[in-house]
Design a protein around this ligand. Structure first.
Ligand code: ADP
Length: 582
């Protein structure tokens, strides 16, 4: 397996080798410089000799070159110096270590050539052809005569030319310091990077990283801290977004409208259950995927709208709606296009809204109709009285009684309407008190005793000793009073009314209010709770009913957080099952 070299080591070694390369070059350069310096130093000494010799020879009158040289050599520390004097044409005029006659022309000698060219560094280390010894030659060109002094290249001379190695020590110390600093910094950088790598690995593997990372107090540490802070910020934003998305999805799932979102190519992003459900109600064949919905012939306008929008670059119309009347329901299908060409489609069941507005219209008609009857009969009676001033007193009293009865009926109707309105619009106007239902129901049964007796109706109350409830007394009264009144009015003679609290739990009382009278036909049973709904309009009116009784009962039950339903078998009576919150 390939070994992973840590970053810090890589960094260390790469900088180390670059530094070593530079140091090596510098060392070679400096070494040569030192060597040249030593040679130049010796050359300078020998050149001084050359010039001193020339000076002595110039001012000597004896012309005894030999003795002059000898004297000179006696005065200087280097006794074994070889001295040569060469004339402009290269002939050796004097040489203290060989006979002049044996010597060949010296113009080809390296140092001589250099001196002739007046080069600054006119010296050479080479083997002498004459003596067979290695010398350090230094030649000076003085008025085209070459004065040459040479030192045998023996250990002493080598010693003089030896390099001063102090700079090597200096360099070694510098290298050591550099390595120390480098290793310290590379380790530090390496640690920071290793921590960042750990962090990256952790967030990849664990998804969530709550570990505390401590970074050094430098730029890299600062950047690393910023990266982690940014990551946490981004993570938080992502989490927040996920929560919002979750909320949105939940909202869609529980929304009462079918909803789906699509990409620009028509791929589903998300949809709720109602979307498919509504689509299936519209479709003739089963639909399984949200993508299929757009293919429905009923949604052709929306399809066309999407196609047009895709092609046009004009100012965009972003919304298209179509109403579909199908399966006894009315659906409002709406398509909304977004800037990136993705779109959403919502399907709304507006039958309920339609139904509600229909009922509202009907309600107004009903109220008007209900008011019209008593008002017009009062008006009729009063007109008769006014236009017949001679009406006998007993007849007049009769008409006035009728008027009074109609106005009482009117008052009752207005009271019922007002109760219903208050229940719907301002439920909080009903104050809550502790009420004992057993007592309340017993009282009502007593109030109705006379009327029950007249119709030979018996009453059975299956109630516990007490049924305490936190509710509105007058509404609770209305519930049971209306049910009693209805059974007495419509049930028929010789029946039995039973009020049974058959169950109670922590929160609710469960009631069954029943009679074994004529009952209500199946087709009416679901509508008896509607306002002004009567099974037999004429009969109900004659009996003083307003058609609002059961509507009040239902709303009063709902006010007490309960539910009510009715069942009935024709000829066997009616059963009202309801709950009331304690
Ligand atoms: P109403 O003011 O006409 O009594 P309700 O809302 O109280 O109005 O009742 C609606 C209709 O339900 C009544 O017209 C009546 O025909 C029918 N109904 C109510 N209770 C009974 C019952 N116990 N037995 C038979 N029919 C009933």
């Amino acid at each position: 397996m390939k070994r992973n070299i840590p970053f810090s080591q890589k960094l260390f070694w790469s900088i180390f080798f670059i530094f070593l390369g530079f140091t090596g070059c510098f060392f070679i350069f400096q070494y040569q410089r030192e060597a040249e310096f030593a040679q130049e130093k010796l050359d300078t000494v020998l050149k001084t000799y050359n010039h001193q010799l020339h000076y002595r020879l110039l001012h000597d009158t004896t012309h005894q070159v030999d003795s002059i040289v000898k004297n000179f050599l006696d005065e200087i520390p280097n006794k074994d110096i070889r001295v040569t004097i060469i004339d402009p044409s290269g002939n050796v005029l004097f040489d203290n270590s060989a006979g002049v006659d044996d010597l060949p022309n010296h113009n080809d000698r390296e140092e001589v050539q250099k001196a002739r060219k007046m080069e600054k560094r006119s010296f050479a280390i080479r083997l002498s052809e004459t003596t067979g010894i290695r010398y350090f030659y230094s030649a000076s060109n003085i008025n085209s005569y070459i004065y040459r002094t040479a030192l045998p290249y023996d250990p002493d001379t080598k010693g003089i030319l030896a390099i001063n190695i102090d700079f090597i020590y200096f360099m070694a110390i510098m290298v050591a310091i550099f390595i120390l600093v480098l290793s310290r910094y590379s380790r530090r950088i390496g640690q920071t990077i290793a921590k960042l790598r750990d962090f990256a690995r952790n967030i990849r593997d664990v998804k969530q990283d709550d570990k505390e990372y401590v970074f050094p107090n430098d730029e890299l540490g600062e950047i690393s801290k910023q990266i982690i802070t940014l990551y946490h910020k981004q993570q938080k934003a992502k989490d927040d977004l996920a929560v919002e998305r979750e909320k949105l999805i939940k909202h869609f799932q529980y929304s009462r409208e079918g909803f789906a979102m699509f990409t620009d190519s028509g791929q589903e992003i998300l949809s709720n259950i109602l979307y498919i459900q509504f689509a299936n109600l519209i479709a003739d064949e089963d639909i399984h995927a949200a993508e299929e919905v757009i293919e429905l012939p009923e949604l052709a306008p929306i399809r066309k709208f999407l196609e047009q929008q895709g092609n046009s670059s004009r100012t965009r119309v972003l919304r298209e709606t179509v109403t579909v009347d199908k399966a006894g329901k009315i659906f409002l299908v709406e398509c909304m296009l977004f800037l990136n060409n993705s779109y959403e489609i919502s399907i709304n069941d507006i039958s309920r809204q339609e139904e509600e507005s229909r009922m509202k219209r009907q309600l107004t008609q009903n109220v008007a109709h209900e008011l019209k009857t008593p008002v017009s009969s009062i008006q009729g009676y009063l007109e008769t009285i006014i236009s017949n001033p001679d009406l006998p007193a007993d007849k007049r009293a009769f008409f006035l009684e009728r008027c009074y009865a109609q106005s009482t009926r009117l008052t009752g109707l207005l009271q019922d309407i007002s109760v219903l309105n208050r229940l719907e619009e301002a439920g909080d106007l009903f104050d809550l008190t502790e009420v004992d239902l057993t007592k309340l129901i017993t009282d009502i049964s007593r109030e109705c005793e006379q009327r029950m007796k007249a119709k030979n109706i018996s009453c059975r109350l299956r109630l516990p000793q007490s049924l305490p409830i936190h509710g509105n007394n007058s509404l609770l009264y209305s519930i049971f009073r209306n049910l009693f009144d209805n059974s007495i009015a419509y049930g028929g003679e010789g029946i039995t009314i039973t009020v049974n609290c058959y169950k109670q739990d922590e929160k609710f009382y469960y009631f069954n209010f029943s009679d074994n009278g004529v009952g209500i036909e199946e087709k009416h049973i679901n509508r008896i709770f509607e306002r002004f709904y009567r099974v037999d309009t004429g009969r109900s009116r004659k009996l003083g009913g307003t058609g609002l009784g059961l509507s009040i009962v239902k709303n009063a039950v709902i006010f007490h957080k309960g539910q009510i339903s009715a069942k009935s078998i024709i000829g066997k009576g009616v059963n009202f099952l309801f709950t009331l919150h304690k």
